[in-house]
Ligand binder design. Structure first.
Ligand code: RAT
Ligand code: ZN
Length: 432
């Protein structure tokens, strides 16, 4: 049953029937293109940084840890294997000898299913042949289509040698791929950064004197010029404090925040990662911890003219992040990061955010590392988003206000791309 309402001389149908309400939410969410605000996916022009196909998918660090828990192979042995051998081991351990119940393993099943490949295959022959046969640029288009994505943001490290060569050579990525200037190398390891700057003929003093701060600032300006990033970003430990007495604090205060201000660039904080909890696992060895939210609150309060995007890794920080965002309109919460990107948690976090912030947040990012990850990360996310919205609109209906399809489209577009576009301004060219 629907009722009608005349508003601005157009007839708007109100969704008073719950079955129809759910159907409309499903259609809108499943067809609204998203801007994926944080990935580690690169376009084919980025040579070996462009990762796709079954071997890359199976050697995802999320799956490596699960494999090492399910097989007798030691870490050392695993890292001595070739990528093909590693992928074969992951396949046998997680998909042949066991049922792929974890979120990351189910992700592979969703990807294979999307391409009509058999997730019960005894080996990877068929999958390897399939990915090996793809025309790369058509394949990229197809994946964007399957994930219902328009644009994505890469993670670009100015200290990465390969990446530096690409940008120096005039890299001109596919316009669907936006750059972001990742500052972990600068902010989390100042001694290492100083050495790497010296290799680029930028001599700096460890004590961060005035001349050094100017040089670091010039370094960032140069990268902003080259990459045209949509934001600057850093991942931070659970022990992050602001203010603090270390090099990171001085660099944030005296270089990064002025740069954000002058270039009108948002600053992204990803907080709560404890790097190398188990170093033997290499890239798969990071853990997490609960962080002190007052650090971010102080940063937002002291810099009202800078826009911040923030995501926290600990479940225990999620409610606090919502409350902080209510207090600071220059703070935009985004995504359910890494260990949180599981339906039980994404659903809890999204509901919490809707209840505390309405549509004023960016519900999800993929953190994809391999092109086809985009398919599963977004396909697994959409049912959660649909459920959360159905719950929220359903409660609104129960309170006496039905929504229209147009209003659902407005809200979903805002959360899928509009909030991000507002935050990063004209940097994103995306149009509906
Ligand atoms: O989710 C991940 O893949 C992590 O390894 C990290 O990349 C994290 O998202 C980060 O950007 O530091
Ligand atoms: Zn990431």
């Amino acid at each position: 049953m629907t009722t009608t309402l005349t508003r601005n001389q157009t007839e708007t149908e109100l969704l008073t029937d719950r079955v129809e309400l759910r159907r409309q939410i499903e259609t809108v969410v499943n067809t609204t293109p998203v801007i994926d605000v944080h990935t580690h996916v690169f376009p084919p022009e980025f040579d070996e940084m462009f990762r796709f196909g079954i071997d890359e998918l199976l050697t995802y660090h999320y799956l490596i840890v699960e494999t090492l828990r399910s097989s007798d192979v030691s870490c050392d042995h695993f890292w001595r294997m070739t990528r093909t051998e590693q992928a074969d081991l992951v396949w046998k351990s997680l998909f042949v000898d066991n049922t792929p119940l974890s979120e990351a393993a189910r992700g592979i099943v969703s990807i294979l299913d999307a391409f009509g490949l058999d997730s019960r295959a005894p080996n990877l022959r068929e999958a390897r042949a399939f990915f090996g046969d793809q025309n790369i640029s058509e394949h990229v288009d197809r994946v964007f289509d399957m994930a219902c994505l328009k644009e994505i943001v890469m993670t670009n490290d100015p200290f990465d040698e390969l990446e530096t060569q690409l940008w120096d050579g005039g890299a001109n990525p596919d316009p669907r791929f936006h750059a972001s200037l990742r500052l972990d190398g600068l902010l989390n390891d100042w001694e290492g950064a100083a050495r790497r700057l010296a290799c680029q003929d930028i001599s700096v003093d460890a004590g961060l004197g005035r001349v050094t701060l100017v040089k670091v600032r010039n370094f960032l300006d140069g990268w902003i010029e080259r990459m045209n990033p949509v934001y600057m970003a850093v991942s931070l430990p659970d022990s992050f404090r602001f203010p603090d007495t270390d090099a990171r604090d001085r660099l944030i205060r005296e270089v990064v925040l002025p740069t954000a201000r002058e270039h009108s660039l948002a600053f992204v904080l990803m907080v709560g990662v404890r790097r190398a909890v188990n170093p033997a696992l290499r890239i798969a060895g990071d853990g997490m911890g609960h962080a002190d939210m007052s650090a971010l609150e102080r940063m937002c309060a002291q810099n009202p003219d800078v826009r911040f995007l923030a995501t926290y890794l600990s479940r225990e920080n999620q409610h606090e992040l919502c409350v902080s965002a209510r207090k600071f309109s220059n703070l935009m919460p985004f995504g359910c990061w890494w260990f949180l990107n599981n339906p039980s948690l994404t659903s809890e976090i999204t509901m919490q955010r809707l209840e505390l912030l309405g549509p004023g947040f960016i519900p999800q990012h993929s953190d994809a590392r391999v092109l086809e990850h985009l398919i599963y990360k977004w396909r697994h996310w959409r049912p959660v988003f649909i459920e959360s919205l159905f719950e929220a609109y359903g409660r609104l209906l129960g309170s006496g206000r039905a929504v229209s399809r147009e209003e659902i489209i407005r809200d979903v577009s805002r959360m899928s791309s509009g909030n991000f576009r507002d935050w990063v301004g004209s940097q994103v060219s995306y149009t509906e």
